[in-house]
Structures are given as C-alpha cells and as structure tokens.
Design a protein around this ligand. Structure first.
Ligand code: HAM
Length: 447
C-alpha cells in the first residue's frame, strides 16, 4: 500500500503556517469584537435539507458540490458548505430573535465543497465570517462591509477592489427575472449549454459565466440595478453613500450575482488585484432578508460575509510569525540528573510560567546543548554539574556563553529581573536579543 496523502483538494497546515493562520484569525476576531460581534460555533454537518432550502436547490453548491451522506441512523446529512444557513438555523433554534437587534455573530470554520481544485480553491477551505441578524437598516450593510475592510487593513492587505451590486427584493426581482428570462430566450443560440439551462433554472447566474459569447450577450442584458423598486433603490443608494462616507470606494458591478440564492438587496465582494489567478475574491457576502423565515423562523433580515483564509493568507502583508523556540532549555549533564532536569523544566513551566523544554531523547550533554541552540532557546539551565552546590543550577546565555550559578529557589526572582530588563529594552522575552540578559553584566537598555 502506498503511503496515504491528504485527500485531493485539502491540505495540512504545518506549525509555522498554523501559527500564522492563528495570528490572522486573532486579528480578525479583535476587529469583530470591537464592533460588538460575538463568536458562534455550529456543527461541521447539518441536515441536508437546511442547505438545499437555504442555499437553494438550483445553485451549483447544492446541485454539484455538497458532501452529503446518510449516517448509520439513516439521517441525511451534509458537511457544511457555507456558514450563513447554519448560523440562521442556530438563531432560530435558540430563540435569539428575542435578543436586542441586530444580533451580531462571527465564526471561523472549515467549509466543504466538492469543487475542481485549483490555485486558491480547495475542497475544504476555511472562512471567517460574520452575520448581523434582525435589522434591515442600510447602516448594517455599511458597517459590516467597513468592518471587513478594517480587518483587511489590519492584515495589511492592499490593492483591493470593493465590488457591489443590488439583487433587489421580492417586490422588484420577480418582474426583472421575467425580463431576463425573455432576454436569454431571445439569445439562446449565442449561449453556452449551461447558460441555456440557467436561463430556466437560475437566470442570474448567466451574468458570471466565463464563456466569451455568454459574456458578450450578458453585457447587453437588462441589469437588475436598473429595475430596482423604490425602497431597494433608496437602500442601495444609502449604502453606497455610507461606504464613501467612511473612505471606501465601492465599484458597481452588474455581474456580481454571487453563487447562493438567499441574497436580497446589497451584495459585495472584496477582490484582490494582487492574486494572479482567477480566484481573486478574498471575501464576499450581502443581505439575505428572507433566509431566516425560509428556514422556519420569524421574518428576520440579515447581512453578512464570509472570507476565505487561504486567499487572505496569500495576500496578507503581515509578517510570518517567527519560529519561536522555548525560552529555556534544561540540560541534564549526567544520566543520573535526568529526573532532576525533567522536574526543573516542569517547575519552570508550571510554577514560574517560563517556556521550557528538556531532553526527551536520551542525548549526551553535548548533544543536548546543540539541541538547545537549535530549538531557539536563549538560555540553558545546566543540571548535575559536579561543582555545583546543592540546590543550584548553572545558567548559560546561549548567545554570549556567559554563565552564572543561581539557587533554584531564587530562579523566580532571577527570571523576574531578566524579563523586566528585557522589557526595558522594548522587547518581550520571546523576541529577546540577549541585550537585557543580566548574565552578560552589561545590563539591559544599552543598545
Ligand atoms: P462565498 O462567496 O461562497 O460566500 O464564500 C466566501 C468566501 O470564501 C469567498 O469569497 C472565498 O474567499 C472563499 N471561498 C469560497 N469557496 C472557496 C474554495 N472552494 N476554496 C477556497 N476559498 C473559498 C459564502 O459562503 C456566504 N456564506 C457568505 C455570506 C455570509 N453571505 C452572507 N453571509
């Protein structure tokens, strides 16, 4: 049997990448929190009917991309392809409509879609996203879009286009759809097979068909933004005005119809001009004023977005997290002192809250010192040296080689001084450059 590999369209995040991912999510989470959003976690799978109904039977996601299965009890389940329907399901199930509105929720979770893998497109991808439920005020649209813009700013993502469109609502969209169907029927000969089918099932999707002849036809198609009813028109104008008011530059894109059926009124995407491939949308979403009711809740407007971590990570200017080793490495000098070294490492970590490691592979003292250097430790604690007084340990600055004997009982004070001096230097101990190390005798703060 050949060695197993991660399934097609999935990937592993090795430690450095996983740490960078965690940093990015933490930055996003801080921004969400500052806007009053709180985290929600929903199951990795839901009843299939939730997505069939919520995302829409005619969408690519539901027709071709879901990981659906029957469990051993015969329940029809689907690995979550997107985060909005589950959040709405939880909102209804837990009676969150009784809370002050809008209810603001954010999430970070893997999504599963059986898509053709390519650069920036995976079968398991991760999104952070947010949903604001319970208000149809255009301020919600603008605030949530601005919030995502701020996340991207803080991640130092530049060169973004904010594309916006309006999908209308139950008042204006049906008549427009008839108009569009008629238009597509009149141009059937010029459309690809898929779009001829879409003309009946999901005519709006013809707008984002990539086939050249379809694009040519669609550039002359009637546009929803020109057929909005008065309330939708006003809503859209207000959103645009509010976005400009806070320094964003929304660009109207009539092709922006998005791949999920639940959208009403505002839709938007942040597209990166830095990503050199087709999958340039790093985040998108919009308003879905009918979704909560559709899945059995009270009429509840909603607005939200999802943003793909893989694509965000590719364009984030944020520096790679340093591969940080432990601060201290406890070296056992003779085999008899292994248990002492182990206990000292435990004391450092548990009682003194100092990051520490000790040898776990039966290495010689010399090999342990080499490993200490390789691990990124700044300090070695040498245990079991013959000339050490009982209860003492020798500290060695791994950069300068300076040494000092310290009573184990006084290590807490010693580390307090060491970390304080380090801080004076403007460096946390994790990034310490040795300048603040009292072992050196030249004290901290002298650059
Ligand atoms: P979506 O546009 O399907 O929307 O996905 C949101 C984002 O997830 C995309 O802009 C993209 O960055 C990323 N993404 C989607 N599919 C993949 C994939 N196969 N591989 C890598 N990244 C991907 C939604 O899912 C909606 N739930 C967003 C929303 C929330 N609308 C309202 N509230």
């Amino acid at each position: 049997m050949s060695a197993p590999k991660a399934p097609k369209g999935t990937y592993d995040l090795l430690p450095a990448a996983a740490e960078r991912r965690a940093d990015i999510v933490a930055i996003a989470a801080d921004v969400f929190t500052s806007y009053g959003f709180r985290q929600i976690v929903t199951p990795e799978f839901e009843e299939t009917g939730l997505f069939a109904r919520g995302v829409g039977d005619a969408t690519d996601i539901v027709r071709k991309e879901m990981y659906s299965f029957a469990d051993r009890g015969g329940r029809e389940l689907t690995l979550r392809p997107e985060g909005t329907a589950p959040v709405c399901r939880a909102y209804v199930e837990h009676g969150m409509f009784k809370l002050a509105k809008p209810v603001k929720l954010w999430y970070y979770a893997p999504m599963f879609r059986y898509e053709r893998p390519q650069a920036g497109r995976y079968r398991e991808h991760y999104q952070f996203g947010a949903e604001a439920l319970g208000s149809d005020d255009p301020l919600v649209d603008a605030e949530v879009i601005a919030m995502l813009g701020q996340v991207y700013d803080e991640l130092e993502i530049g060169d973004l286009t904010l594309a916006v469109n309006s999908m209308g609502d139950g008042q204006c969209r049906p008549a427009y759809m008839e108009l569009l169907r008629g238009f597509l029927a009149g141009h059937a000969a010029e459309l690809c097979g898929e779009c001829r089918e879409r003309a009946v099932t999901n005519p709006l999707r013809a707008f984002d068909c990539k086939v050249e002849s379809c694009r040519a036809v669609m550039s002359g198609a009637p546009r929803l933004v020109d057929h909005l009813c008065e309330p939708c028109r006003r809503h859209f104008d207000t959103v645009l005005e509010l976005l400009r008011r806070v320094g964003l530059d929304p660009v109207l894109d009539f092709r922006l119809v998005r791949g999920l059926d639940y959208y009403t009124r505002t839709t938007f995407e942040f597209q990166s001009n830095a990503l050199g491939f087709a999958q340039s949308t790093i985040g998108g979403g919009g308003r879905y004023d009918g979704l909560v009711e559709l899945i059995g809740g009270p009429p509840t407007p909603g607005f939200g977005f999802g943003s793909g971590l893989e694509r965000v990570t590719l364009v984030a200017g944020l520096e790679e997290a340093e591969d940080e080793g432990p601060l201290a490495y406890v070296v056992s000098f003779v085999p008899e002192s292994r248990a002492d070294a182990f206990a000292l490492a435990q004391h450092l970590r548990r009682d003194l809250l100092i990051d520490a490691e000790c040898d776990l592979a039966g290495r010689s003292a010399k090999a342990q010192l080499r490993q200490a250097g390789r691990s990124g430790a700044e300090l070695a604690l040498l245990v079991g040296l013959a000339d050490l007084a009982d209860g003492e340990v020798r500290l060695r600055d791994l950069e300068s080689g300076d040494e000092e004997d310290v009573a184990i009982a006084e290590l807490g004070d010693w580390f307090d001084d060491w970390l304080d001096d380090d801080d004076l230097d403007g460096h946390g101990h994790h990034h310490g450059n040795g300048n603040g190390n009292p072992l050196g005798g030249n004290g901290g703060g002298e650059a």
